[in-house]
Design a protein. Structure first.
Length: 255
C-alpha cells in the first residue's frame, strides 16, 4: 500500500512541477507578445516601414534620374553627330565655293586680258592713224587746202582716243582687285563698265576721224586741186599701204 501511495504522490508532484513549467512558459510567451505589441514597438515597426518606402522611392527616383541622364546623353550624342555632319556639309560647300571662285577668277582674268590687249591695240592703232592724218593735213594746208574743219574733227577724235587711253591705263589693277574681291561677279561688273566706256570712246574717235576725212575731201574739192590732191588724201607716202579711211574701218572692225 505504501508503495502505491508513494507512486501516486510522486506522480502528483511531477505533474505539479510539469504544470508549473508549462504555466511559466505560457506566461513568458504572453509577456513576450505583450512586449512586442507595445506602442514603442509599433512605432518602431512603422518607422521601419516608412524608411523602407522612402528607400524604395529613392531607388525609383535614382532609376528615373539615371534613365533621364541616359536619354540626355543619347540626345547629346545625336546632336553632336548632327553638328559634325553639318560641319562636314559646310566644309564641302566652302570647298565647292572656293573651286567655283577659282574657276570664275581664272575665266575673268583670261577674258579681261583678251579685252585689255584688244583695246590697247585699238588705242595704239587710232593714235597712229591720227598722227598720219595730221601729217597729211599739214601737207594739204601747205598746198592751199582749208584744213581747219578737218583739223578740228581730228582734234576731237584725239580727245576721244586720249580718254580711251586713260580708261585702259589702270584696267589691270582694276581686274586684279575684282578677281581678289569677295564678290567677284559684282566687282567684275564694275570693270566691265570701264571696258564699255573705253570701247565707247574708241567708237567715238572712229566716227570723228571719219568725219575729219569727209571734211577734208570736201575741202580738197573746193580747192580744185584735182586728182593729185585727192590722191594725197588717200595716200601719204609710198611706204603707207592704207589711208585714214581704211585704217579707221580696220579699227572699227576690231572693236
Amino acid at each position: 500500500m505504501k508503495s502505491i501511495t508513494h507512486i501516486f504522490i510522486s506522480h502528483a508532484v511531477l505533474l505539479a512541477l510539469f504544470g508549473g513549467a508549462v504555466l511559466a512558459l505560457a506566461q513568458e510567451e504572453a509577456d513576450t507578445e505583450t512586449t512586442a505589441t507595445t506602442p514603442t514597438d509599433r512605432q518602431a515597426v512603422m518607422q521601419e516601414n516608412i524608411e523602407a518606402r522612402q528607400e524604395q522611392r529613392e531607388e525609383v527616383r535614382e532609376t528615373r534620374q539615371e534613365n533621364v541622364a541616359t536619354r540626355q546623353e543619347q540626345m547629346e550624342g545625336r546632336r553632336e553627330a548632327m553638328e559634325e555632319k553639318q560641319e562636314e556639309r559646310q566644309e564641302m560647300m566652302e570647298e565647292r565655293r572656293a573651286q567655283l571662285q577659282a574657276r570664275v577668277q581664272e575665266r575673268i582674268t583670261n577674258l579681261a586680258a583678251n579685252m585689255s590687249n584688244r583695246m590697247e591695240a585699238a588705242v595704239t592703232r587710232m593714235e597712229d592713224i591720227n598722227d598720219r592724218f595730221a601729217s597729211r593735213l599739214e601737207k594739204l594746208e601747205e598746198a592751199g587746202v582749208d584744213t581747219s574743219e578737218a583739223a578740228a574733227a581730228l582734234a576731237s577724235a584725239q580727245l576721244s582716243v586720249n580718254a580711251a587711253k586713260a580708261g585702259i591705263a589702270d584696267i589691270d589693277d582694276a581686274v586684279a582687285s575684282a578677281v581678289g574681291a569677295e564678290d567677284v561677279r559684282a566687282a567684275w561688273a564694275e570693270v566691265k563698265t570701264t571696258f564699255g566706256e573705253v570701247r565707247d570712246h574708241l567708237r567715238t574717235a572712229h566716227s570723228e576721224l571719219r568725219a575729219a576725212v569727209a571734211v577734208l575731201k570736201a575741202a580738197v574739192q573746193e580747192a580744185e586741186l584735182g586728182r593729185g590732191s585727192s590722191a594725197a588724201v588717200r595716200s601719204d607716202n609710198s611706204d603707207n599701204e592704207t589711208g585714214p579711211e581704211e585704217d579707221a574701218e580696220s579699227t572699227e572692225t576690231t572693236n
